[in-house]
Each structure stands twice: as structure tokens, then as C-alpha cells.
Design a protein around this ligand. Sequence first.
Ligand SMILES: [Fe+2]
Ligand SMILES: [Fe+2]
Length: 519
Amino acid sequence: MVGPAPGAQAGTRSPGVGAVSERQPASGEIGTAGELLRSLSSARQVYALYPTQHPKRTEAARDIAELVRKLGEVRGRAPALFVSGGNFYVGPTLLAWESLTLNRLARSLADAGVQSLEFEVHVSELDIDALVRLVVGEPAALDEMTAVKVNRATPILPTADLTGMAELLQSYAAGLELLRQTAARLLAGRPADLHATVRLTEHLADLISTDPAQALLLTTVKSYDEYTYHHMVNVCILSLALARAIGLSREQSLVLGIGGLLHDVGKVKVPQEILRKDGALDAEQWRLIQRHPVDGAGLVAVTTRDPLHPAVGIVLEHHAAYDGSGYPSLTGGRPASLAARIVAVADSFDAMTSKRSYRKPEERRQALAILQAGAGRSHDPRVVRTFVRLMGLFPVGSLVQLSTGDVAVVVRNHEHLLARPVVRLVLDPRGGAAEPVEMDLAEANRGGEYRWSVVRTIDPVEVGIDMLSLLASGRLDVPPPPEVGPGLVHEPAPGETPPPGYVDTHVAPGDGAPAHRPG
Ligand SMILES: [Fe+2]
Ligand SMILES: [Fe+2]
């Protein structure tokens, strides 16, 4: 299971001594705290590479000291940072992106026994130098710090809602790390770690059955520089939620989850310059991308040591369309398995709602409409129907404008009354940050009239909202992490208009067919 919320284990060095009453971070502090953690993570690498007194070490320490001073500008002192259960917090607020991406730093801090850090504003570069040395495994450096206090602060606990999200987030981060390791192992010619994959899938399945809506919210997490890994974890979560809605057994669901998690693993064999190419691909490049189901199935077969393992079939068939088109062509025109058809729907939905190098993401509601339009051709209509019911008329994670003028995020759907989800307020009618209050749009007043309604859906990308940080912290003043590069190219989902340069390898050359799959 996941570690306790911050505070539950803080203070091992001098428990309770000088404990501060932690407060909500002020506007701007969350972003700077994230920047500080990213700098600490880079410094960790610099210190591992360069010897004492090296100018690169000095430069890294200076950058961090500068960020501490910036953090202290708001209230005269920097807020305390916490690391707990693999997640980072500033005060009681979960730092979502840093928790997802800086897992090695979290581990190094945990290994060094660091659970909380407080910086005095006048921190020196020597203090920071000692801190980084502590992080890279020099325990004696702890006594050299004067303006950095380790394990003194005891934060207040986050609300139960955010604790649940923290737990999910940690499993999500574990999924990303597992996929990074899987890619490295496969590239080195070694099989993936099947036990770790099964354990993670089991854990995700448990979390999804505890609170499917929270888990679905997490699939709004997208990354531009690690698109494929985020996509694979999202597809795993969506597939497990679909399996639950369809009523599959736990055993069937786990196989489906493993297939979902590994479905694009064959992309390790696609050259990075093709995956990251910001423009049209030629026929040969698309041919290479379209090999990934076959390559992936081979890699999963080596991992499971069983070519007949159901996860192998899922990976092989996840781009096979319901009407027999898609790739690769299945022998004898046989249909794809139900598990592959489930993963295919989850895959298309997540791919469509992600940024590509050649177009902006679809709104979640629009993506459902595209899936429905392709039901019976691209996708199994029964699976699409269940998915649409699962996601609701306003899918969990959508931003909506209410009749009051407020903007809210959909956090739960009712079994019936699909147009009346439970939402959490995000912006007030004037565009300012709203208290994250939950409102049930199915609630009627005494006269039987609904009190609030959805007027329209809003695209979070258009209004510049980082959904992950919003969901994790309940706050809006969190900037997304710096964008490293363009979105990765992904193969067009069934029914989706392909980018220029796409060549359908299933259409025989010269038959006059359009350059994309029918439907
Ligand atoms: Fe794929
Ligand atoms: Fe995919």
C-alpha cells in the first residue's frame, strides 16, 4: 500500500521539537516550490557526476538558493516542503507534477531519511551544498546545515478527498516508473518484470473498485514529453474501469489491465526521431509505427514466457478495427478478442484527448461523440455503449460552465440523470479562483426545480488550466510544468482523420482508396 499522508511520519529526528503549524501555500508559492524541487533533482545528478568544488556544483547550489529566496519573498519565509509516500507536498498541498516526474529524487530523500524541509530565507550556498550531499548519500552533511531544517515541520493533513487522490497519484507514478524500466529492459534485450506489472495492475484495479470516479479523473493526466508512458497508464486505468462496468471477473480484468498497460510497448522499437517528429511522416515511417502491435506482442510473449498468454493477444489486436480493417490483419478475418476491443476503445479515447504534434486534443465529450460515430465500424458498439455510460454525458474530468456562471470540473456521474453530474467549483463567474466546493446538479429546491445546470463544456487547454494540478491540489494557481517538446506522434485512432503524410498500409496501392482507413 501507499505511504501515509504527510505529517504522519515526519519528525523522526526531533519529533515535535519546534513543529510549525503549516499553512496553505500562497499564490505563486506552489509553482516556485515545484521549480525548487526540479532544481534539487538536477543538482542531485550534477553532484553525482562532478567532484567537490566543481563549478557546476556551485552553480546548481546557487540556483537553488536563489529559488529559496524567491519562495520567501511572499511571506518572509519559505513554506515547508514534505516528501511522503513518494509524493511531494508544499504545506498540505500535493505537488502533482513533481510527484509524478521526480520519483528518483523522492526515493533519494526517503533513503536519506528526509521527510520535511524548511528553508530560512537567508540560506547560503553552503547550506544547499550540504543538503544536496545529504541527498546523494553523505549522511554527515546533515550537521553542516544551519538554515535548512530537516524533519522539524509537521504539516496539517490534506482533506480525505486529496488523500485518495494522493494514493492514486502514487500508483500512477509507480506505473510511469515501471514503464520507464520496462522500456530500458526491453531495449537491453531483457524481458519486462512480469511480477511488478501484475502487482501494479492489481493495485490499480483495487483503487478503481474503491473509487472509480477518482481514478477516471486521473486519466486527464497528460504529458507532452512522456506521452507514451502516460498514455499506457491511462489506457490501463480506462480498460480496468470498463472491465468493471462490463462485469468481467477479477482474473479477466487483471489480464485486461496488463494488456492495457503494455499495449504500446512495441513502440520501444520505433526510432525516437519518428515518434517525436513534429510534422508529416512518410510511408516508411508510418510503416514502422504500424509495426508496434506485432513487435509489442512479441515482447510481451517473451515476458510472459507464453505466446498464448491473453495479454499477448490484446497487444497484437489493439489496432484491429471491429469491421476487420485496422492493423495487423487478423488471420482468417477473425474478430479481435473482447479484451482487445475494450483496450481499443480506451486507447482511442485517450489518444484523441491527448495533444498530438499535429493537432490539439479533443474535448472529452467530443471524443465520446467520435467513438459513438465509429461504433459498429471502428469499435465494438456494445463496448462503446458501456464506455459512454461509464463516462457520462459530461465525462468525469470535463470542465463545465454552470447556469450561475461558475466553471466547475465534473467529479462524479449519477447512474441516471446523466446531464446532472456532481461537480467541483473551479472559477467564480468573474474568472477568479473559487472555493473547491462540490455541488450535486441533481439537487432540486423545494419547488422541485434544479438549482444549477450545465450550460456548456469548456476545453481546459483553451483556458490554460492544468487539470492534474487542479485535481490534486484543488487549486488553480498551479502552473503546468515547462513543456519540453511537441506532443509525440501517435498513430491515428480508428475513425480519426489522419495527419498529412499518413499512408494506410492496409489499402492496396493503386486501388484509388483515400489515404486513410474507411470510417
Ligand atoms: Fe498503439
Ligand atoms: Fe495506444
